[in-house]
Design a protein around this ligand. Structure first.
Ligand SMILES: Nc1ncnc2c1ncn2[C@@H]1O[C@H](COP(=O)(O)OP(=O)(O)OP(=O)(O)O)[C@@H](O)[C@H]1O
Length: 364
């Protein structure tokens, strides 16, 4: 699947036009703060109906506006058009003009993998951010996992409400088996997935950074492998949960870490090594996605090459995963011409306007 055109309306600072993006590689070149990342964000919106910058939908609308939309036409897909619009405080996803019931339907159609500054949080940020990454990773190719995750969160929310408000404790007796059931399903998949992810991630890190033995370690919060054991675990901790007014254990407290030959790696890693960890997490994600689905993703690479020294940049380009389309952002002074292929489309972005730099292009 690839995008043919992107049309935005009141989307951050982008001007309300349609841009032709019919190419495998598209370069967006511009000074800081001109709208390159906003362009990638608009594409991402058509892929997940959410921003990758962790902002509320309303903040994406151009200053002074309340509503906005992003729309793409597709090639290599059963579908032709995706429109995501935010109107009167409500988000609507239209696939070929038909309203989607659940935005997860988009995952099957337009899978994008974004590489951005915020990815550093998966390495240097809170355990929650790392969980988010690995949950997203699994959800990209495993809709059952996403359903279980949503169900787990729903039960957890009810359980926390009971713990907080001191409601009838018998409700906890009813909720705990559900929490344990969904929680165990998540744990099983996380265990397997961390192991499989490491098999891809470790060798990638070794190739680009020259450091072997890197793996992802998954540490579940419940020390339990069966429903009975998980229930016993919850029972044992119920008093502590009641006094805290919140569920203190469960998959929402699971941890992921990066290890080298068994010892923690990220805490001692240099900034450059951490940056590479973050970058290669996304590359491994793209590889895993292709392995599991037999399809290639669209890559959105925001200032990725800028942060690497020339040798790492060269090695990174060597391990780039298979993709159907890739969008790269560059500053004007970067040597982007060096990476340009004969069919690469180059646009400059200035003040939210996207200018075509492909003068030799014939009629599309
Ligand atoms: N909701 C909004 N409405 C209007 N303009 C916005 C909105 N949100 C951000 N902007 C503007 O968008 C611009 C930032 O664009 P963007 O984040 O795409 O930068 P960029 O070109 O990728 O540069 P950098 O390399 O610094 O990330 C800023 O000028 C900012 O004021």
């Amino acid at each position: 699947m690839a995008f043919k055109t992107l049309r935005t309306a009141s989307f951050r600072n982008l001007s309300d036009t349609e841009v032709d993006i019919r190419a495998k590689d598209i370069f967006l070149v511009g000074e800081n703060g001109q709208g390159k990342t906003n362009f990638l964000e608009a594409l991402y919106f058509c892929s997940y109906a959410a921003s990758f910058r962790g902002v509320r939908d309303g903040d994406v609308a151009c200053t002074g506006e309340k509503d906005f939309s992003a729309e793409v036409k597709l090639s290599g897909s059963l579908y032709e058009n995706i429109l995501v619009k935010f109107e009167k405080g409500k988000k609507i996803v239209l696939i070929d003009g038909k309203q989607a019931e659940d935005r997860k339907e988009l995952l099957e159609i337009s899978p994008c993998i974004v590489f951005c500054h915020e990815d550093m949080e998966f390495v240097a940020g809170t355990p929650e951010r790392r969980r988010w990454f690995f949950d997203q990773n699994q959800s990209l190719y495993d809709p059952v996992y996403l359903d279980d995750l949503r169900r787990y969160r729903k039960v957890l929310k009810s359980r926390n409400a009971v713990l907080r408000d001191g409601q009838d404790k018998s409700i906890l007796d009813a909720l705990d088996p559900q929490l344990a059931t969904y929680g165990l399903r998540l744990m099983e998949k996380r265990e397997e997935s961390a192991r499989r992810f490491s098999e891809t991630f470790g060798p990638l890190y070794e190739t680009v950074a020259g450091i072997g033995g890197i793996a992802v370690r998954y540490t579940p919060s419940w020390k339990a492998a069966t429903l009975g054991a998980a229930m016993a675990f919850l029972e044992e901790r119920r008093e502590a949960d009641l006094s805290a007014g919140i569920s203190l254990s469960g998959p929402h407290r699971d941890r992921y870490s990066f290890t080298r030959t068994g010892a923690d790696f990220s805490a001692k890693a240099s900034t450059g090594q951490r940056r590479l960890l973050a970058l290669l997490l996304r590359i491994a994600q793209a590889c895993r996605f292709s392995e599991m689905t037999g399809r290639n993703p669209v890559l959105l690479l925001d200032d990725v090459l800028l942060e690497l020294d020339p040798e790492k940049r060269r090695r990174l380009l060597e391990v780039m995963p298979g993709y159907d389309q890739a969008f790269y952002t560059f500053l004007p002074e970067e040597p982007y011409e060096r990476y340009r292929k004969s069919d690469t489309l180059v646009y400059t972005v200035q003040g939210g306007q996207v200018f075509d730099q492909n003068t030799d292009r014939g009629d599309p």
